[in-house]
Design a protein around this ligand. Structure first.
Ligand code: NDP
Ligand code: MG
Length: 377
């Protein structure tokens, strides 16, 4: 029996790796729904490759164009995403839409008793408590795709959660691991987009350069694994071979290692609990040679401390951090903000937007909007 999968954000980097997995495991995985936004030509290729899948374009113009090309009806916009998220046919919905636009479809997928595979860490940062509460009420599982969380998920299998001492997220350190404070002040978007070990979408590449990616992942881990922030640590590991670790009370540390390829965590989430030979190249440790670990430079990269503060306070603060960061990354990429301006904007929004301790979804959305306005100035 094939696993029937919907991919939201199929035209992006995670989407592309997902399709590699689906092609390699075509006897195990069936793609039944696909969404994209602006990249209509890629969406068209996917619509042709998966002729029985429902397709959702970003807007009505894209949907009309595609429908004309392939001669079948095409969904569009948020309503289309909601339809895909609850497709009767689907068992699992993978959310790989950058930012928080995937939040409502993700909640809808859980409400429709689907398993939810989450690549979009921003939705867990913004509304992790709500997502996990919804999953607990319904029958679907939340399966982490982010490589660190997928690694931790694998290390925790069969373990007693009460015996976990801490989660250790590994972090490549990004392109500026060795930079000075003066170097950081003059970083350009081109420099920041060059990640040393992973090839990814633009937003997450900038997040990896500021270390906000790791900050978001600390909060993501807090909700996925229901663990307090003080038990979540970060270690710099430039080779990106150990994807993360779990330390237990007896001092034992379990790690998950594999090649630097998102196909592996995506595949594990899609085929869970089964393991199959897939497209990820085997890891040759002798050719890797050495694995290094070092402490993060929190003085130069304030993102980790800001995330710890937001994750510890909870309430609306993680949503504010996330939205301010998204807006600041866009401003940086548009040449309107300096590189250090990204964390300065996030800190300002966190200090300014009124705090709500137990927010509703509407209050989270309000906090998100208020944070974006502060960054826009
Ligand atoms: P990309 O920018 O490559 O792709 C984003 C996808 O989302 C595209 O399909 C895009 O459509 C779609 N999209 C963007 N905005 C909207 C919107 N408002 N409504 C609907 N669809 C939208 O991003 P990545 O694949 O790199 O990342 C996706 C998510 O996965 C992010 O949250 C990221 O943090 C997370 N992630 C990514 C990793 C990676 O290796 N890339 C690793 C771990 C996590 P289109 O392009 O057609 O406009
Ligand atoms: Mg990650």
């Amino acid at each position: 029996m094939k696993k029937r999968v919907v991919v939201l954000g199929a035209t992006g980097s995670i989407g592309e790796s997902t399709m590699r997995v689906a092609r390699a495991l075509s006897d195990k995985i069936e793609i039944v729904g696909i969404s994209g936004r602006n990249n209509t030509s890629r969406l068209l290729d996917l619509a042709r490759e998966f002729p029985s899948a429902r397709i959702c374009a970003g807007d009505v113009a894209g949907a009309t164009e595609l429908s004309h090309e392939i001669g079948r009806p095409i969904l569009h916009g948020e309503q289309g995403l909601m339809e895909l998220a609850s497709l009767q046919d689907a068992e699992l919905v993978l959310v790989a839409i950058v930012g928080t636009a995937g939040l409502k479809p993700a909640l809808h997928a859980l409400e429709s008793d689907k398993d939810l595979a989450v690549a979009s860490k921003e939705i867990l940062v913004m509304a992790g408590e709500l997502v996990m509460e919804t999953a607990a009420r319904m029958s679907g599982r939340v399966l982490p795709v982010d490589s660190e969380h997928n690694a931790i998920f694998q290390c925790l299998e069969g373990q007693d959660p009460s015996r976990v001492k801490r989660l250790i997220l590994t972090c490549s350190g990004g392109p500026f691991r060795k930079a000075s404070s003066a170097d950081l002040a003059s970083v350009t978007p081109e420099q920041a987009l060059k990640h040393p070990t992973w090839s990814m979408g633009r937003k997450i590449s900038i997040d990896s350069a500021t270390l906000f990616n790791k900050g978001l992942e600390m909060i993501e881990a807090r909700w996925l694994f229901n663990i307090p922030m003080e038990k979540i640590d970060v270690v710099i590991h430039p080779q990106s071979i150990v994807h993360s670790m779990v330390e237990f009370v007896d001092g034992s540390i379990l790690a998950q290692m594999s090649s630097t390829d998102m196909a592996l965590p995506i595949q594990f989430a899609l085929t869970y609990p089964e393991r199959y030979a897939g497209p990820c190249a085997p890891l040759d440790l002798a050719s890797v040679g050495r694995l290094d670990f070092e402490a993060p430079r929190t003085d130069l990269f304030p993102a980790l401390d800001l995330a710890r503060r937001a994750g510890t306070a909870g309430g609306t603060l993680p949503a504010v951090l996330n939205a301010a960061n998204e807006a600041a990354v866009e401003a940086f990429l548009a040449g309107k903000l300096s590189f250090p301006g990204i964390w300065e904007s996030v800190a300002r929004a966190m200090d300014t937007v009124p705090f709500v301790e137990h927010p509703t979804l509407d209050q989270l959305i309000e906090a998100d909007e208020a944070a974006r306005e502060i960054v826009a100035g």
